[in-house]
Design a protein. Structure first.
Length: 244
């Protein structure tokens, strides 16, 4: 099977932290960490940046990365990830073979564990599934500990009749996972909405046979606000022993 095409999504706008993809993190623009992660992958053969930001495009081009100019219709707050990724694929590899591995990476995720991209593509290929996504184990924000609080402050269970499902120790909670933004690997067929039975909802691009790989606690950090930026900067400086 051909090596994967990595599509890095890096739009200019962000309500939580404007310009976050260009913000410096541990001495580099945030997007550069994702570019370097893609370059370090043995499974990735081609790296493409999809952006509406001329500065990010210039930065990526200077690093030897192909750039796709994302139209305004795919760069707003309501734009869907799969629409932007499909657009980029249609520009750089129209008619890509259905089984071609595609990797979607977010530019605002500077912290990933080594080998994460390869793990996702390896599972995609060996299992012949439609998609693989990275997941982090839920801790104290476990769904069993979700509650409803009404206007008078009364607390009741989110579902069922027993608050907290009767569990009060974190170690007694059943494993639960949330997507962490570290990586999405999928076939070109899945991305192009050509998997029978996948439906037409917003997650149809994941296909039918969806798989997951687990990341460790705090191994993936996506930057949505100022605190995330500070944490990512500290983690990366510690890893590389860069003075603060």
């Amino acid at each position: 099977m051909s090596r994967a095409i990595a599509i890095i999504l890096a739009r200019a706008g962000s309500k939580g932290l404007p310009g976050k993809n260009a913000r410096p993190v541990a001495g580099k623009p945030c997007v550069q960490w994702t570019i370097e992660a893609a370059r370090a992958s043995r499974r990735v053969g081609r790296i493409v940046l999809s952006t509406d930001d001329a500065g990010l495009a210039a930065l990526a081009a200077g690093l030897g990365v192909e750039c796709v100019d994302r139209p305004p219709s795919l760069a707003g707050d309501a734009a869907r990830v799969d629409d932007a990724a499909r657009h980029a694929l249609s520009i750089v590899a129209p008619g890509a073979p259905p089984g071609r591995p595609i990797v979607i990476l977010y530019a605002n995720v500077p912290v990933r564990p080594a080998g994460l991209i390869d793990r996702a593509v390896d599972l995609l290929v060996t299992s012949a599934c439609d998609s693989v996504q990275s997941y982090a184990r839920v801790g104290k924000h476990h769904p069993w500990w979700t509650a409803r609080v009404d206007a008078e402050g009364r607390v009741r269970a989110w579902e069922g009749d027993v608050l907290n499902h009767g569990v009060f120790r974190r170690q007694d909670l059943p494993p639960a996972f949330v997507p962490d933004g570290g990586v999405i690997a999928l076939t070109a067929r899945a991305l192009c909405l050509e998997v029978p039975g996948a439906g037409d909802g917003p997650h149809a691009f994941f296909g039918v046979d969806r798989r997951g790989i687990e990341t460790g606690e705090d191994e993936v950090i996506d930057i949505d606000g100022p605190v995330d930026l500070l944490v990512a900067d500290a983690v990366l400086r510690t890893r590389a022993r860069i003075p603060a």
